[in-house]
Design a protein around this ligand. Structure first.
Ligand SMILES: CC(C)(COP(=O)(O)OP(=O)(O)OC[C@H]1O[C@@H](n2cnc3c(N)ncnc32)[C@H](O)[C@@H]1OP(=O)(O)O)[C@@H](O)C(=O)NCCC(=O)NCCS
Length: 194
């Protein structure tokens, strides 16, 4: 499938990647992640085992954006969030503290965690991120989608707000990370693009 938005300078194809395709493109995907997040290069090595573990989780799905020559220019993946997962327990702790058990349960009972979404820096701002996000969430069977993102303003914030993500928890500190994060969420399915 090929889609060219008016904002886009060139054709990009979106593919749902199987676990094997994802594993084959892991280095490429991590290189995009490191460049997009401006992390030190060594971060890719640290992240690789974790990303491979995520593939095995219930409901894992991944969309890749490929340039005309087959180069990966963007990647998004996620899976069903469940008790016992590190992220789930961290968010639950914060949400119970800020809003109580009932609200925490309402958000955390049946959700898809949007774990990673990244576009190569030279391709950002062309609408690829929104396409990745919409295609990733299309057909997800869960009631909500949740994600965490460093407190903005960033391109990611612009995108998440544009597709209707609301604040679930703000200025939250995950264990071992000094940066303040926001947890954002919205109901599924997404409404059609305006
Ligand atoms: C976040 C990210 C994945 C979004 O991907 P993207 O391809 O840049 O996103 P989009 O092009 O769909 O949207 C972002 C920008 O395009 C604009 N845009 C795109 N489509 C638009 C539309 N239809 N209408 C209005 N604005 C639009 C947005 O307003 C935003 O503008 P900006 O350039 O002023 O910031 C990407 O920017 C990225 O990798 N960022 C660094 C890594 C990161 O933060 N990842 C998420 C961590 S939680």
């Amino acid at each position: 499938m090929t889609a060219v938005s008016p904002r886009r300078r060139r054709a990009v194809q979106f593919h749902r990647l199987s676990p094997d395709e994802f594993r084959a493109r892991l280095r490429e995907a991590l290189a995009i992640y490191v460049a997009a997040m401006r992390y030190p290069v060594g971060t890719a090595e640290q992240r690789a085992p974790m990303w491979l573990t995520h593939v095995l989780r219930e409901g894992w799905r991944c969309i890749g954006a490929l340039d005309a020559d087959g180069t990966l220019v963007g990647i998004a993946y996620g899976y069903r969030g469940l008790p016992g997962q590190w992220w789930h327990e961290q968010v639950r702790r914060g949400l119970v503290r800020s809003s109580g058990e009932e609200i925490a349960a309402a958000w955390l009972t049946d959700y898809f965690e949007l774990t990673e979404i990244h576009v190569r820096p030279q391709n950002q701002g062309e609408g690829i991120g929104e396409d990745l996000l919409r295609r990733l969430l299309d057909g997800v069977p869960n009631r909500h989608v949740l994600l965490s993102t460093p407190e903005g303003p960033t391109r990611a914030w612009t995108l998440y707000r544009r597709v209707g993500f609301e604040d679930v928890l703000r200025n939250y500190h995950f264990a071992g990370d000094p940066r303040p994060f926001a947890i954002l969420g919205r109901s599924l399915p997404l409404p059609p693009r305006p």
